[in-house]
Design a binder for this molecule. Structure first.
Ligand code: MIC
Ligand code: SF4
Length: 645
């Protein structure tokens, strides 16, 4: 029986377990990446493990998220990460060099290699045939130390692409179509593999847009084959030597298949407040807009920017619209400057932002009250833009640019003929903002620079014998990590200070939660399905840990967040009968008797007694050998320390 491309790469990296779908496997990790908002914590964890030099083939630390320096905190974090990188064998991409995923694709990614990153959009690397997965900071720290990375052996979904995109229809519309069909939880436990004739018509940046936003499906990752188009891209980046041809076997067997005829697609938008709330641009109609933001790791490549410049050429941004543009990397910005496209953008009235995440993570450019904002980004969760009642629509750069001129949502197909946009034969290469680490022999000469905002990892404790605690919070379905641990310009500077950032935990849902949870001492959170979707931020587990949360009981979890809870020593539980969700109210006193003994014995069906209403609620506690030991030890850090003894 032939193998899918996913299975081939996973098999070649398998170091623990068997390739049986649904079972836990450990894979060797070739490359890691971190960004600054998750990086400080990841490097504190790496330091705590006591490994002197990273054991991966390539590890890179990027500064791209917290680049708004309205106080000393972010700048201190940058210095800390830079010094750790220099000492421990990690390449350091300085602020200004670009968004981690864009730069990694350009300068470091290698087809067929495994990459984990402390950012959920790490699957961007799937655009050149990598198995690239988003993970919590602790998992990345362990991988840097040479440890395996554990995932559930995924099902593989084939997306069979046929036809060719029509003029002004974009790669963004492909992934929005997949989201429309599969929803934000449709990818959980799966890898999305793109195949078929249509693949050949998509350039690497287009493929990367699709794999990047596969994160919004909840998928483990997404991947394209590595073919001649991949070779041309790497050659243009002067890295042809890392190319290898990679494809699934002819007779590969897939768990599911999705057919997409590219020729039939039309421009789409993800409407507020979920990336799977999809409508056609023509269906929404010519809605008046207030803001347009172009950029983010989904749509900030040179190709995207050239299309935008073509549309804006000789025009002026509509008087009622604010247009911001953040090119994805220094390479992109530099090439726009060299070929004159930058002055086209400036001429049209675009507000040019530095090459960083910026508005995507609420670092500036929050829209006006009730403002309608078109963004080429990947997430439109409520409040993420920094304006609680902002109405965010996710669209392609083509739709964004066309609408910025007219002031209303505009179908770019009304622009007439589309010229052919081609990638350059050679990109402008200048890696002067990537600092290599010092040689191992010199590492003692590097001083680690710590700022006063950098506080240690919160205290952990081994799993308790029994948990008797009230339900401190009850929430509904599709709770994102942006609900649990909001980001934005005001809160992000606290990422290295768990006691301080915890004060904002669940601020979007219930501002009283942090005080209440702290007063209760220990508590349990109850939620609906797809709990913890979205980002990889382990702060969404570390803040509840600090606030005394011992267990989270939900209908279902998103992958990375569940792993982060286990890594933080918080018990992840699911309802056996979803209807029991109604049998718990906020404030009810819950008892999970003898839980430590049950976990030790590998018992997965446990019972929670609701002492307030007398109901007995069966719950699942699905932990494998390794995750069981992590829970018993009180989290991954304690487990790793113990296993290193
Ligand atoms: C995001 O897009 O939500 C982020 C900010 O990049 C996060 C990481 C973080 O919270 O630091 C992600 O996607 O993992
Ligand atoms: Fe940065 Fe936004 Fe991409 Fe997250 S989704 S890495 S915040 S650009």
């Amino acid at each position: 029986m032939g193998l899918t491309l996913t299975e081939k790469i996973l098999k070649a990296h398998l170091v623990d377990g068997e390739m049986i779908k649904g079972q836990e496997i450990g894979i060797k990790i070739d490359q890691t990446l971190t960004q600054d908002a998750t990086g400080t914590m990841a490097y504190l964890e790496f330091e705590a493990m006591g490994v002197p030099r990273v054991k991966t083939e390539r590890s890179v630390a990027y500064i791209d998220h917290n680049t708004l320096q309205s106080g000393f905190e972010n700048a201190d974090d940058h210095r800390f990460i830079g010094s750790v990188a220099k000492k421990h064998g990690i390449y350091f991409s300085r602020p200004g060099n670009g968004i981690c995923h864009q730069v990694h694709l350009e300068r470091f990614g290698v087809p067929g290699k495994t990459l984990i990153g402390s950012d959920s959009h790490t699957p961007t690397g799937g655009g050149i045939g990598m198995i690239a997965i988003g993970a919590g900071g602790l998992d990345v720290a362990v991988a840097m130390g040479g440890g395996a990375y554990y995932i559930t052996c995924p099902k593989v979904v084939k997306v069979n692409l046929t036809g060719k995109l029509s003029p002004w229809v974009a790669a963004k519309d492909v992934i929005l179509e997949v989201l429309k069909r599969l929803s934000v939880k449709g990818g959980v436990g799966k890898v999305i593999e793109y195949c078929g004739e249509g693949v050949k018509s998509l350039s690497v940046p287009e493929r990367a847009t699709i794999t990047n936003m596969g994160a919004e499906l909840g998928a483990t990752t997404s991947i394209f084959p590595s073919d001649e188009i991949t070779r041309e891209f790497l050659k243009a980046q002067c890295r042809e030597e890392v190319w290898t041809a990679l494809a699934p076997d002819e007779d590969a067997v897939y768990d599911e298949t999705l057919e997409i005829n590219l020729s039939e697609l039309e421009p789409l938008a993800a409407c507020p407040h979920s990336p799977d709330n999809i409508m056609g641009i023509s269906e929404i109609g010519s809605m008046k807009i207030d803001q347009v933001c172009i950029g983010s790791c989904t749509n900030s490549s040179l190709l995207d920017m050239l299309k935008v410049a073509h549309i804006l050429k000789g025009k002026t941004v509509h008087p009622d619209v604010s247009l911001s543009i953040a090119p994805g990397s220094k390479q992109v910005l530099n090439m726009l400057a060299e070929n004159g496209a930058l002055s086209v953008l400036i001429d049209a009235g675009a507000r040019i932002l530095e090459s960083a995440c910026g508005p995507c993570i609420g670092m500036g450019q929050s829209p006006n009250s009730k403002g309608i904002s078109l963004r080429t980004f990947n997430r439109n969760f409520e409040g993420r833009s920094g304006t609680k009642d902002g109405q965010i629509y996710l669209v392609s750069p083509e739709v964004a640019a066309a609408s910025a001129i007219t002031g209303v949502l505009t179908d770019p197909r009304s622009l007439g003929d589309m010229p052919e946009f081609k990638l350059p034969e050679v990109f402008t290469i200048n890696d002067n903002m990537i600092v290599p680490p010092v040689a191992e022999a010199d590492m003692d000469s590097v001083e680690i620079l710590r700022g006063p905002n950098i506080k240690p990892f919160p205290e952990t404790a081994p799993l308790m014998d029994s948990i008797e605690a009230p339900c401190s919070l009850k929430v509904g379905d599709n709770i994102t990590t942006d609900h649990i641990m909001p980001a934005g310009a005001k809160i992000l500077p606290l990422r290295s200070n768990i006691p301080a950032i915890s004060q904002h935990c669940f601020a979007v849902c219930d501002e009283q939660f942090p005080t209440r949870a702290k007063e209760l001492g220990k508590s349990i959170i109850v939620g609906g399905s797809n709990y913890g979707q979205g980002s990889s931020r382990e702060h969404a587990a570390l803040a509840p840990l600090y606030l005394g949360v011992k267990a989270v009981l939900v209908k279902s979890f998103a992958r990375i967040h569940r792993a982060n809870l286990i890594n933080a020593g918080i018990l992840p539980l699911t309802f056996v009968n979803e209807a029991d969700y109604d049998n718990i109210a906020q404030g009810d006193q819950l008892v999970l008797a003898d839980v430590r003994k049950d976990v030790e014995n590998g018992k997965s069906e446990l019972t929670i007694v609701n002492k307030t209403n007398g109901k007995e609620i069966p719950v699942l506690c699905e932990l494998s050998g390794r995750t069981k030991d992590i829970m018993l030890a009180g989290g991954l850090l304690d487990y790793t320390r113990e296993s290193m003894k």
